[in-house]
Ligand binder design. Structure first.
Ligand code: DX5
Ligand code: ZN
Length: 220
């Protein structure tokens, strides 16, 4: 099943609650929450207090993408703020196995993300423990960048190695109705879209267009 996860990094921060309510009404299943620390990526976004302040605005599934150098430090604060899935980056974690167990110990889902330059081979040994894999289709740090089609082969390779587990595979960066089709055809089922969704109201139309194009490509 295709799930749409608008990245609230592209929302109106001055009206964040209203935008969260709007994407839920527009049919999104998840809210993708980009957390940046100015070290792992050269940008800052939001902390747990912001996440907490929008938690009760909707029933959306809260997906926290931690682009931070020390993800372990932030697991508990973001879970307490309402995160239901914690994604950390493979590039900054030595013992991924241990961190996955630590995230699961809070009763939430765990995912690993990889940058465009990182091989998916690093994930294959821990695939059986993961709830989701996030394949970045831009260099993390900023919204509004161009989709990198060369990452699609990673998705095909992960699907080959999942042994019927039917894991969620998320793609993040440069997703619109056109690139969503490429991602879904490769095996992606969770689509993050920031600038495409929040570019114009109502958000319903863009979310529907992304979903329809992904579903068509997935079933082709
Ligand atoms: C990039 C973030 C993305 C980003 C997506 O570092 O992880 O979630 O906000 O934005 P768009 O859809 O504009 O590429
Ligand atoms: Zn993200």
């Amino acid at each position: 099943m295709i799930k749409i996860a608008p990245s609230i990094l592209a929302a109106d921060f001055g009206a964040l609650r209203e935008d969260v309510i709007a994407i839920e009404k527009a049919g999104a299943e998840w809210a993708h929450i980009d957390i940046m620390d100015g070290h792992f990526v050269p940008n800052l976004s939001m902390g747990p207090d912001i996440v907490k302040s929008i938690r009760d605005a909707s029933k959306l599934f809260f997906d926290c993408h931690l682009m931070v150098e020390d993800p372990k430090m932030f697991v508990e604060p973001f879970v307490k703020a309402g995160a239901e899935l914690i994604t950390f980056h493979a590039e900054c974690v030595e013992d991924m196995d241990e961190l996955i167990d630590y995230i699961h110990s809070f009763g939430v889902k765990a995912a690993v993300a990889i940058k465009p330059a990182t091989s998916e081979e690093v994930i294959l040994p821990i695939l059986h423990k993961l709830d989701m894999v996030l394949i970045m289709s831009v260099v993390p740090g900023f919204g509004g960048q161009k989709f990198m089609p060369e990452v699609l082969d990673k998705v095909r390779n992960i699907r080959k190695h999942e042994h019927g587990k039917d894991i969620d595979i998320q793609m993040d960066g440069g997703i619109n109705a056109e690139t969503a089709a490429l991602a879904a055809a490769a095996g992606v089922n969770v689509l993050v879209a920031g600038s495409a969704v929040f570019a114009k109201k109502p958000y319903t139309e863009t979310i529907r267009a992304i979903r329809e194009s992904a579903e068509k490509a997935a079933n082709a």
